[in-house]
Design a binder for this molecule. Structure first.
Ligand code: SF4
Length: 386
């Protein structure tokens, strides 16, 4: 297949659904976690769950970069914009993430903070070049997919000798989060989380490759199938997982072979390790402190590290008591389990981070998942946003 609409073909989707149904063992259940918010979005948008037999249950994972951003880190960015009067640049979906004192970066902008939405880190670098008399801070978020462009602008800023540019780094790592979900004692406190296999991320895996998931297959006996973001990709991955589970196999398979290799993008990996190193621990919204799960800027690039430049200290701030994002991000609850879902909490007025980005489980379920009858795979629907 060459064109994107071929990956959304309704007839092929129905054929795949029939194959999944035919190969499903009616005497057991299949609990499959899609780690990535892009897959959550695709499953909700194209109604994939409605095409699956009742025995196959999809569980949303924590792979939405905006959803896992802890309140304390957003607070730091807000204080930089309001108190230190920096030009604060970030991606559009960070702007509405709820923070302390009923604030968000968007509300900070309304209070006079110079908060700017950018499309790429290069836009932040340009802002620093255009405003040599102002401090410019790039509030960087995301998994392994968005880390290389951040590394690139830090290296460019060093090469240009920029004195007014820095990065508040919040880049996090996928394999550490998967390990945390499989091992964390909190999962047992919040409820049992039966997991039979993972749909592995698409874009992240183009960078890190399929090799890092082999540990989960070998050590935890959990099959992993890396899948693209189109509905047929996801359905093919589900079929491959059902087959592995039926046959008692736990392997890493790559459905997204048109973009992912075992080793990934070695140039991007080298760039990232030149600029960043592992943090001992980092707080994830919903997951708490996760060891070795995030990156910080190496000392060689310390002048571009906003945490050092502004002597920032992150405070841990609990979520709104009504919000179930923590349990949803761990896969132990569903958006419909939250009492304020769709009433007090909506995409226009998000109480928790899972309602902000289109990749968040609550936003995806709010937009596409509440009405079974609207959910079908269609050849005519436009491409997902990320
Ligand atoms: S519906 Fe809103 S408050 Fe409830 S879990 Fe989702 S984001 Fe949190």
């Amino acid at each position: 297949m060459k064109y994107i609409d071929e990956f959304r073909d309704g007839d092929l989707a129905r054929n795949l659904a029939a194959s999944i149904a035919a190969e499903t063992d009616l005497g057991r259940r299949y609990h499959l976690m899609e780690f990535c918010g892009g897959h959550t979005h695709a499953i909700s948008r194209y109604g994939v769950a409605d095409l699956l037999p009742a025995q196959v249950q999809m569980i949303h994972g924590p792979g939405c970069p905006v959803c896992v951003l802890p309140i304390g880190r957003v607070d730091l960015a807000i204080r930089l914009a309001l108190d230190r009067r920096v030009i604060l640049c970030t991606y559009g979906d960070c702007l509405r993430v709820p923070a302390s004192d009923n604030l968000s970066l968007l509300k900070a902008k309304a209070r006079g903070g110079d908060v700017r939405m950018i499309y790429t880190p290069a836009d932040a670098l340009k802002a620093a070049q255009d405003h040599p008399d102002r401090e410019v801070v790039f509030f960087a978020i995301g998994f392994e997919t968005t880390t290389p462009p951040t590394a690139l602008v830090i290296r460019q800023a060093a090469a240009l000798g920029l004195k007014n540019f820095s990065v508040l780094c919040n880049h996090v790592l996928t394999p550490a989060a998967i390990a945390h979900i499989l091992e964390s004692p909190e999962v047992r406190q919040l409820g049992t989380l039966p997991l039979d296999g993972f749909i592995g991320p698409a874009h992240v895996s183009t960078v890190i490759g399929s090799q890092p998931y082999e540990f989960f297959a070998e050590e935890y006996r959990k099959p992993v199938v890396i899948a693209g973001f189109e509905p047929l990709d996801v359905m093919q991955a589900i079929l491959m997982l059902v087959r592995q589970i039926n046959e008692g196999r736990a392997e890493v398979e790559n459905e997204f072979s048109r973009a992912v290799t075992r080793d990934g993008n070695l140039k991007a990996q080298a760039l990232v390790s030149e600029v960043f190193e592992l943090r001992r621990a980092f707080e994830w919204r919903g997951l708490g402190q996760v060891p070795y799960s995030a990156l910080r800027i190496r000392d060689a690039f310390a002048p571009f590290d906003a945490e050092k430049r502004f002597a920032l200290e992150t405070q841990s701030v609990p979520d709104n008591k009504a919000c179930e994002c923590g349990a949803i991000l761990r896969g132990v609850k569903h958006p419909r389990d939250c009492k304020v879902f769709g009433t007090v909490c909506t995409p226009e007025n998000p109480i928790g981070s899972c309602m902000v980005s289109s990749e968040g489980a609550c936003a995806a379920y709010y937009s596409y998942g509440r009405f079974k009858e609207v959910a079908i795979v269609s050849e005519t629907i436009a491409a997902p946003g990320r």
